[in-house]
Design a protein around this ligand. Structure first.
Ligand code: F0G
Length: 380
């Protein structure tokens, strides 16, 4: 008898809530089940009585939340007989697609913006043996090309327009509700294509519906793939708050943005694919969108790393940067329970981290006295 049950990924864990057959071959790397970490120091530093948790999605197998969606998308692609998958990506989707394709023994084609993805992500796509196609354009150009080429070549799109992606990603909301024993009051996420904020809302709705809290109707989000009965659900769901980088904020402008720019390259997206869904999520949940400057994003990334020991990539820190601004203004009131999703690991983008780091780095002679004075001079 095994000592305890081995965790084998989110499809096995939530099999009864996902569109999976008994005999489906599951392509998994043990994704999901990520830590929900309560911030101990930051609430004290900002002097506010709030309970902030970070859902550390950077601890998924390829270092981002994309693995939740990719296990489902690749499992279904293989089930449907596909031999190749394709995506456009700012880096994390391509890393996940490459890894899960390798696991499944199929080919991944990834279109990435030339020179605009973080080094760790490029390394992943290359190491997992995907076919990397750098395009002289941005993510939005890549997305348009992927949609066009998929009508002419035998490839399955695994961007979040693939409905199975959102099905996998909704499980993050299940985990949060199960761990907290309720939904948070506010759930804050960085927004690019707005697939993840939509997926979380599906998850919360489905969970509260499964708890008997719902009114009947049809789920507006998932084309019948989820088991959410839908409609106006009462209680047990958070306000969904989506934050964008200021240079790349179509939801704030109210229209698509050409030539988006931000240090948070993962969310350098001007034409979000889940545009309509995201507006619906905002309305249904009583949430909102806001924007953060690159400066504030990097400051939040650093604060988390220095004061809590949690290292996320710049795009991920947008959720905390936005939440801190809304807590400071009182829009998120004291007494609230808040979850911020940290979508990707800090090691994805070492260049940006090192560039903005102010931690002392000393070079001394390899002698006891030199090391000793370096320590004594820097004691706090
Ligand atoms: N955070 C990170 C680290 C991301 O990689 C992404 C999206 C997002 C947030 C935004 O999520 O698009 O669902 O609103 N990255 C995609 C990619 C575009 O290609 O890796 P969203």
């Amino acid at each position: 008898m095994p000592f305890r049950t081995r965790y084998t990924g989110l499809i096995e864990r939530y099999r009864d809530r996902l569109p999976i057959h008994d005999d489906t071959r599951i392509i998994s790397l043990g994704e999901g089940n990520t830590p929900l970490i309560r911030l101990n120091n930051i609430p004290r530093i900002i002097g506010k009585d709030v309970d902030i948790y970070v859902k550390y999605e950077g601890l998924n197998p390829t270092g981002s939340f994309k693995d939740r969606g990719m296990t489902m998308a690749v499992t279904k692609a293989v089930e449907e007989g596909s031999r190749a998958i394709i995506c456009a990506s700012t880096g994390n989707t391509s890393a996940a697609a490459a890894a899960y394709a390798a696991r499944a023994g199929i080919t991944a084609f990834v279109l990435i913006p030339d020179g605009k993805i973080a080094m760790g992500k490029l390394a992943q796509a290359m190491m997992h043996g995907s076919v990397v196609i750098q395009i002289k354009g941005n993510f939005d150009d890549g997305m348009r090309l992927v949609k066009e080429v998929a009508t002419e070549a035998p490839v399955t799109i695994v961007n979040s327009i693939n409905p199975y992606r959102l099905q996998g990603q909704k499980t993050a909301a299940f985990e949060i509700v199960e761990e907290l024993g309720r939904a948070p009051d506010y759930h804050c996420l960085p927004v690019g294509n707005a697939g993840n904020i939509t997926a979380h809302w599906i998850g919360y709705c489905e969970y509260s519906s499964a708890s008997g809290d719902h009114v009947t109707g049809a789920c507006a989000f998932c084309e019948g793939h989820c088991k959410y009965a839908g409609g106006a659900v009462v209680g047990n769901r958070p306000h969904m708050v989506g934050y964008q980088a200021a240079g790349s904020a179509p939801f704030m402008r109210g229209h698509m943005v050409d030539n988006p720019e931000t240090v948070a390259t993962a969310i350098r997206i001007g034409h979000p694919q889940s545009w309509d869904y995201a507006w619906k999520v905002k309305e249904e949940s009583g949430g909102w969108f806001d924007e953060c400057s690159d400066e504030k994003i990097l400051a939040a990334q650093k604060l988390l790393a220095e004061k809590e020991g949690v290292f996320c990539e710049p795009a991920s820190a947008t959720s905390l940067a936005g939440a801190l601004a809304d807590i400071a203004s009182g829009k998120i009131p004291e007494g609230s329970t808040i979850v911020c999703t940290l979508t990707g690991h800090g090691l994805k983008d070492p260049d940006t981290a090192i560039k903005q780091s102010t931690a002392p780095m000393l070079t001394v002679e390899a002698e006891l006295d030199a090391v000793k004075s370096a320590i004594l001079d820097n004691m706090t």
